[in-house]
Design a protein around this ligand. Structure first.
Ligand SMILES: *[C@@H]1O[C@H](CO)[C@@H](O)[C@H](O)[C@H]1NC(C)=O
Length: 164
């Protein structure tokens, strides 16, 4: 029995139909898989391709403003992407140019909170932002400006982590 010639044979039609159904299912699964892949890529996008140095700059460096108050924290925490999935509890912005911050990496090594020996300390102008209330997308912070000692971790002469 050859289905491609005997179109009037019911059995052959049935086989043809189920083949078409299987084909459709395959196409749908493929589409679903592609969709999930795209979604997955979209979800990892924020950190995708961002080096630790770039991330440090995004989260902790603002050379252009003095900051120092709560509205500054609310605006900046949002602008710098730290309120997207949840409100980050605590974050410090350093108000010095990047050269000054990189120079801290040249000072003697001290232990980081995690015990690693790639931290360095220096005195800089900062705004400390502490979460008061809120949920993702709408986070309220208490902002406080000061000149204080900070500890940062460096890798290959570049700051990569804010320790305290
Ligand atoms: C908060 O700080 C920013 C940046 O330093 C400043 O432009 C703004 O005027 C300050 N706002 C208040 C309410 O003090």
């Amino acid at each position: 029995m050859n289905c491609f010639v005997s179109f009037h044979d019911e059995t052959c039609l049935a086989v043809g139909t189920s083949k078409a159904v299987i084909g459709l299912q395959k196409t749908l699964s493929l589409l679903l898989l592609s969709l999930l892949t795209l979604l997955g890529l979209g979800l990892v996008q924020p950190s995708y391709g961002e080096t630790r140095y770039k991330k440090f700059q995004r989260q902790h460096v603002d050379s252009t403003e003095k900051g120092g108050n709560s509205s500054y924290c609310k605006k900046m925490m949002q602008e710098r992407g730290m309120t997207k999935s949840r409100c980050k509890q605590f974050n410090t912005f350093i108000h010095e140019d990047i050269g000054t911050i990189k120079n801290i990496c040249k000072t003697p090594k001290i232990p980081c909170k995690n015990g690693k020996m790639n931290c360095h300390e220096g005195e800089v102008r900062v705004t400390d932002c502490r979460l008061i209330a809120g949920s993702r997308g709408n986070c309220r912070y208490q902002g406080r400006g000061s000149s204080r000692r900070v500890v940062i971790a460096c890798k290959g002469k570049l700051p990569v982590h804010f320790d305290k």
